[in-house]
Write a protein that binds this ligand. Structure first.
Ligand SMILES: [Zn+2]
Length: 285
């Protein structure tokens, strides 16, 4: 990517190197990680809440609020701040076109474990978005996993991850999150998973919409699109389940298959129109 001309967002909270009392020492984190691996790259406040309850007693104090704000100076931190800045430009324009204003989310950089208004988050869950505090939580070590474990190298693959979480924020602003939460309360588990897949694929499509305009701003070169497609392929539910459980259980999908993720990302990328991202009304995904 070429982000030389892109201003870094200042909506960054850098909590790296900060411990949250009692955890971060490794106790129990490994075992919890196995249970949540499937939520990878995902929205699942419910899971986060459960985690929080498990460790609540041992973590009396909240994470310090004195985290440095503004764009970090290290390369990966700075890169993330620029990608976030680019999403602010793109979504700011899109919202303005429909006469609304875009309220930008905050990106929290952390290591290992982090407090959010949705409960405790940790690296093994992958990046996540908390609608309660409108913050994206990212442990930059995930970018290394993307390259090594998921064999999806490249900075556009990394940017896609941030853009996907920003997509969830757009869902918060447009009311999709609220509707989803309401539906979750009265739905069966299978139905909830089905809704979750549509939610995730829409976030992928929104990530594509951002990618479309990043392309028109010459921030992305055509050849780099492959990077994001590789990432989308690597984190499909079918692929992940095959790798972690050795079998695929479609009813338990929460994010969509690799092919679906690629399809919806590509759809947003091609058209640049959020209205093309209505996964909830799509007859087939
Ligand atoms: Zn997601």
């Amino acid at each position: 990517m070429d982000l030389d001309d892109q201003e870094a967002s200042s909506n960054i909270e850098d909590r790296r190197g900060m411990s949250i009392g009692g955890i971060g020492g490794g106790l129990g984190l490994g075992t919890i990680a196995i249970g949540v691996i499937a939520y990878f790259l995902g929205f699942d406040p419910g899971t986060v809440m459960n985690l929080a309850q498990q460790v609540q007693q041992s973590t009396p104090q909240l994470q310090t609020s004195q985290a440095p704000h503004g764009a970090p100076s290290d390369p990966l931190g700075k890169f993330s701040a620029k990608v976030l800045g680019s999403t602010e430009v793109v979504w700011g324009d899109i919202f303005r076109q429909s006469n609304t204003s875009y309220r930008a989310p905050t990106l929290v950089l952390y290591e290992r474990a982090v407090r959010s208004s949705c409960g405790l988050g940790q690296s093994a869950m992958g990046p996540f978005y908390c609608p309660n505090d409108e913050k994206l939580y990212l442990d930059l070590s995930f970018f290394r996993d993307l390259q090594t474990r998921f064999r999806a190298p490249g900075d556009f693959a990394q940017a896609y991850v941030i853009a996907h979480e920003v997509g969830h924020h757009v869902q918060k602003l447009t009311g999709t999150f609220r509707k989803m939460e309401a539906a979750r309360g009265r739905a069966s588990e299978t139905e909830t998973n089905r809704l979750s897949v549509r939610m995730e694929l829409q976030a992928d499509c929104y990530a594509g919409v951002w990618g479309h305009y990043a392309g028109t701003m010459n921030q992305v070169q055509p050849g780099e699109v492959e990077e994001a497609l590789r990432a989308a392929t690597a984190i499909g539910d079918d692929r992940l389940q095959q790798e972690t459980q050795g079998r695929v259980v479609p009813e338990s999908f929460t994010h969509g298959t690799s092919a679906q993720r690629v399809r919806w990302f590509t759809r947003g990328l091609r058209s640049g129109r959020p209205s093309d991202c209505n996964t909830f009304s799509a007859a087939s995904l």
